[in-house]
Design a protein around this ligand. Structure first.
Ligand code: ASP
Ligand code: MG
Length: 457
């Protein structure tokens, strides 16, 4: 059997839904299909929730737009005689959505739980429509209610999937007598029974969970681009899709640039060694990118990517040299304040530690560090920390860097010749990712310089 995931843009037009139906018809094996909400609907739901919490009554207009969007979609897709109860389902969902939003409006507060309930309506409605469409066009179709089957546990205020319980639920509920089964993406339930989600972009992860639980032969991620690219095509004109990458490379790339897959998706398929293909619903004949345990040895470097809006924090002072426990305190302070660290560098002189973080966390991080080391700062053994803004990270990714010499040298030479200054460099011993910090204003140029020198020479 195989699992197919279709993203929001793939379930938003008659053309692509017909493509989905035809894609499913091509295969004789059992298939589970996992769909996202119609494109932009999750954003609209979030906006409605934020407006309601801010006491802005115009959240009601957004509800009306969402309802109309689904009704129009049904009108386009499904013949009149089959519409009535489907529109009732949408109407019931919208009525519940309005009730929750009204409560938020009166409370003037958006709790995490209320947010989860609100955003879950998108997948509930889109999958109800797709389910009906496939029942009409593709024969008998089963339905798995992910909102009751995928179980999460809260750790540090974040929802994590409880995989053993989830896998058991999937196995217990899956009926292989149905050739096609629809299972909504993104939505889940906490161990305590309230609605949760798997995070923005989480439908990919839902699909991977179904695939792993049922030992699927293949996971297909259908999206609106033809695979994982050598770079972000919006920034690098000559970027092209990669035929083949390894799980590890896909994971590295999913954290960067044009996010083609949601990072947590990789782990379940990697553990079960299930191949994953990334395909384009708008161009179903394109080959896409195959992700397996093997890499493509002919390309030691697979892609260059950037992460923008980065801040650099330099933590320095004579008090660092040869002293144990300072780094521990630094990292603990950031962890207590929920600051995620993207890059850590320290040179062997031990005079400073450079941390690269998301720019939005910069003020919080600087304040926390200066408070924690107040005593040392007064004594003069540690310098007062400041954040430097407007940086970008440029990553070169590829498993082949492990066995090759001169690749980073080539990259640095190319950047040097283009007069691009490197502010920090990080490479860990896995050698899959070399991250280079440059000024944000240089990032697109740097990306093109590297892409050209490695792929277009
Ligand atoms: N609808 C959700 C989102 O937009 C989940 C997904 O699309 O994968 O984040
Ligand atoms: Mg989406």
């Amino acid at each position: 059997m195989k699992v197919l995931k279709f993203g929001g843009t793939s379930v938003s037009s008659v053309e692509t839904v017909n493509n989905i139906s035809n894609i499913l018809k091509k295969s004789t094996e059992n298939q589970i299909i996992v769909c996202s909400a119609l494109s932009k609907v999750t954003n609209m739901l979030t906006e409605a929730a934020e407006k309601a919490a801010a006491g802005d009554i115009s959240y009601k207009e957004i509800c009306t737009q969402i309802e109309k969007r689904h009704y129009d979609f049904i009108d386009e897709l499904i013949e009149k005689s089959q519409q009535a109860d489907l529109k009732d389902i949408i109407h019931t969902n919208i009525a519940s959505l309005e009730k929750v939003l009204e409560a938020i409006f009166f409370l003037n507060e958006l709790s995490t739980r209320a947010y989860y309930i609100i955003v879950s309506f998108g997948e509930k409605m889109s999958n109800a429509i797709i389910y009906r469409f496939l029942k009409i066009h593709n024969g008998s179709v089963g339905y798995l209610d992910s909102s009751q089957i995928i179980i999460t546990r809260t750790v540090n205020d974040k929802e994590h999937v409880n995989r053993s319980v989830t896998y058991k639920n999937i196995k217990d509920n899956y009926d292989p007598n149905f050739k096609i089964t629809v299972a909504p993406g993104f939505i889940s339930k906490s161990e305590n029974g309230y609605a949760t989600t798997l995070g923005r972009g989480g439908s990919d992860y839902t699909a991977a969970l179904y695939a792993a639980a049922l030992d699927a032969e293949l996971l297909e991620i259908w999206t609106d681009v033809s695979g994982i690219y050598t770079s972000d095509p919006r920034k690098v004109k000559s970027a092209s899709p990669l035929p083949k990458v390894s799980y590890k490379e896909a994971l590295e790339l999913s954290n960067f640039g044009a996010k083609v897959i949601y990072a947590p998706t990789i782990q379940p398929v990697l553990e079960k060694n299930i191949p994953m293909v990334i395909l384009n619903t708008f161009r179903p004949e394109d080959k896409g990118t195959l992700v397996t345990v093997e890499t493509d040895d002919t390309k030691p470097i697979k892609a260059f990517s950037t992460m923008d809006d980065i801040a650099m924090i330099t933590f320095s002072g004579t008090g660092l040299v040869g002293t144990t426990g300072i780094a521990g305190r630094l990292f603990n302070t950031l962890s207590r304040n929920n600051v995620n660290i993207i890059i850590i560098c320290q040179a062997s002189s031990e005079m400073s530690i450079c941390l690269v973080i998301d720019a939005k966390d910069a003020n919080k991080a600087v304040k926390a560090i200066n408070e924690e080391f107040d005593f040392e700062i007064r004594k003069g053994t540690i310098d007062k920390t400041e954040a430097q803004m407007e940086y970008s990270i440029l990553a070169m990714v590829g498993e082949g860097m492990k066995n090759a010499a001169g690749l980073t040298g080539k990259a640095f030479t190319a950047l040097g010749s283009a007069n691009i200054n490197i502010h920090a460099i990080a490479q860990d011993s896995t050698e899959i990712n070399v991250s280079i910090v440059v000024k944000k204003e240089d990032s697109v140029k740097a990306l093109n310089v590297l892409h050209d020198s490695f792929f277009n020479a």
